[in-house]
Design a protein around this ligand. Structure first.
Ligand SMILES: [Zn+2]
Length: 300
């Protein structure tokens, strides 16, 4: 009993002293600090993980039969894709449609056909499984046909020239792709002329992903940049020379505008004229095949 009372007295003395309360407040602060660190770690790791889980769910969602019919009609190579490639394409289309906003412009009423056709061609470029879905792109604006825009051009001495130009598509580095539905439909019925406005504008998006429109998208490994630079520089200069001399070219002449246009036009040619590109420009074909991880020759 005496020992018990002594224990209580000792406890009360301890409770009344300053040191333990100081220890308790220190402990609370430490716990709060640790909780804050854990919360930050959870946010850093948790948000992307949630995003990935959502994408994985979208990829596994069923692909409606009437969507398949639209793809068979508007994507000429669709029927030639292997089972595994078309399944992966369906998954990417599901994610793309869920994450990107479509806006009809100039009175165009958006339909499943318009959205699906654009998503399918854009997602062909994602079959290399880099895991990104045009991260900077938020919306796709679609006009019924070619549209007019006002363009300003500096002409020196603080003078700016304004003119109206007609466009069928454009890719903005920040957040938008603009397309003409009439031209998309024309491309859908002709998958062998090396011209495709969706492939072109979305290749620009890939190029712009690193913040620079310079004809060099984000490549898989460091050593790829060396061989990409060597081949693309040589092939771009060759196209410039051929255009200057008025020679026939496999690629559209517009590719000679600058290195960014060269990559966009090379992408169109790779998917639509693979045989000619491989025969006449084997190194360029090899670089594009390594980047897109696809063999369009199998779809001819
Ligand atoms: Zn372009």
């Amino acid at each position: 009993m005496e020992a018990h009372l002594a224990g209580i007295v000792e406890f009360l003395e301890l409770a009344n002293s300053d040191r333990p309360s100081h220890n308790v407040s220190c402990m609370v602060k430490t716990v709060l600090f640790l909780l804050a660190i854990l919360l930050i770690i959870a946010l850093i790791w948790g948000i992307p993980a949630l995003g990935e889980a959502r994408r994985s769910r979208l990829k596994n969602q069923p692909f409606p039969r009437h969507w398949v019919i639209i793809l068979e009609r508007n994507l000429p190579i669709y029927k030639r894709l292997t089972e595994s490639l078309s399944r992966r394409l369906h998954g990417h289309i599901n994610v793309f449609l869920a994450e990107k906003q479509f806006i009809g412009c100039g009175g165009l009423r958006l339909t499943d056909e318009i959205k699906l056709t654009i998503a399918a061609v854009a997602c062909l470029l994602l079959l290399n499984e880099r895991g990104e879905y045009y991260p900077k792109l938020s919306s796709i604006l679609v006009y019924p046909s070619a549209y007019r825009v006002k363009e300003t051009k500096p002409v020196g001495g603080y003078v700016v020239q304004e003119r109206t130009v007609v466009r069928i598509g454009e890719s903005w580095a920040r957040d938008q792709v603009v397309l003409s539905w009439e031209d998309i439909k024309r491309d859908a019925t002709n998958w062998s002329d090396g011209r495709n406005v969706i492939l072109h504008e979305f290749a620009h998006q890939l190029d712009q992903e690193d913040g620079r429109a310079d004809g060099v998208p984000i490549l898989e490994v460091r050593s790829d940049y060396l061989s990409w630079a060597r081949v693309f520089k040589k092939e771009y200069q060759r196209l410039l020379r051929d255009v200057e001399r008025g020679q026939k070219t496999v690629m559209e002449r517009y590719g000679a505008t600058d290195p960014a246009e060269f990559f966009a036009v090379a992408t169109e040619t790779f998917f639509e004229k693979p045989l000619l590109l491989k025969r006449k420009h084997p190194e360029l074909y090899r670089e594009l095949k390594r980047y897109y991880k696809l063999e369009p020759l199998e779809w001819i």
